[in-house]
Design a binder for this molecule. Structure first.
Ligand code: ADP
Ligand code: MG
Ligand code: MG
Length: 255
């Protein structure tokens, strides 16, 4: 079992107006095998949390810590984070001209495992994972993200998840822009990865829709850069009915 621990995390971002605080003390512990949903209104800092875990250079941690099994994640390069078992879809470039999906996946797998996968079993694994996600075989020879539709990007994300076998996956708005059929296929992929490898999932979403297919063990509500409420899956049901209004009224604690 692995543990990701986020302790009293404060994060700022540089804008033309100076340094803006975005996260104001986020504390969260998650273990492999668990699914945690991070929910909250737009602009509350959900993506900032994901980018910070990913090591995006735009976001500065001013205090607090992130550790994976006691190792300091904030000291790790983006590559080291991936090798340590963190999967963050947005750590990869948006478009990689001239690099096919097949070669990209093999390079990523080699970097993470420290050795190239055996070609026969790898080809079989890629084929199987693509079939599971109902992806056309031709997809493998396309260039990464070049002209991908929203749905193809999401499937490519889950394809990586299934093949790279991380310990903990951070999925930011994986549900956005998917129709119900694609949402089901993508969710099945996440659920398969959870069954096969005891994956921990940090599922970031504004909407409750995906949580019907990927049931969270814990729900954390982020408002204005802080976790303002936590609970089990019933909290997601409540948010579906009530929205975020009650958190946005005066009196919500902010620094
Ligand atoms: P969410 O994902 O919950 O919608 P974000 O983390 O994207 O929220 O954004 C939180 C706040 O931080 C917003 O007010 C947003 O404008 C600001 N912010 C986030 N990233 C940047 C950035 N790179 N540059 C400027 N402002 C940013
Ligand atoms: Mg947003
Ligand atoms: Mg966001």
């Amino acid at each position: 079992m692995s543990v990701l621990e986020i302790r009293d995390l404060h994060v700022t971002v540089e804008t033309e107006n100076g340094t803006t605080p975005i996260l104001n003390g986020v504390t969260l512990t998650m273990r492999t095998g668990e699914t945690h949903a991070i929910m909250g209104p737009n602009g509350s800092g959900k993506s900032t949390l994901a980018y910070t875990i990913a090591g995006h250079p735009k976001y500065t941690v001013t205090s607090g810590s992130i550790t994976l099994d006691g190792e300091d994640v904030l000291e790790m390069s983006v590559d080291e984070r991936a090798r340590a078992g963190l999967f963050l879809a947005m750590q990869y470039p948006v478009e990689i001209p001239g690099v096919t999906v097949t070669n990209f996946l093999r390079t990523a797998k080699t970097a993470i495992d420290g050795e190239a996968p055996a070609i026969r079993s790898w080809t079989k694994d890629v084929k199987g994972a693509m079939e599971n996600l109902r992806m056309d075989a031709k997809f493998a020879s396309r260039n990464v993200n070049e002209g991908f539709s929203g749905g193809e990007k999401k499937r490519h994300e889950i394809l990586q998840l299934e093949l790279l076998k991380p310990k903990i996956a951070v999925l930011d708005e994986t549900d956005s822009g998917l129709d119900v059929d694609a949402l089901k296929i993508v969710s099945e992929g996440v659920n398969r990865a959870k069954e096969q490898t005891d994956l921990g999932v940090l599922l970031i979403t504004h909407y409750t829709r995906i949580l019907r297919y990927i049931r969270p063990d814990y729900v954390h509500v982020v408002v204005k850069g802080r976790i303002v409420e936590e609970g089990g899956p019933e909290l997601a049901d409540r948010l579906e009915e009530e929205g975020y209004d009650r958190f946005l009224e005066a009196g919500t604690p902010i620094d």
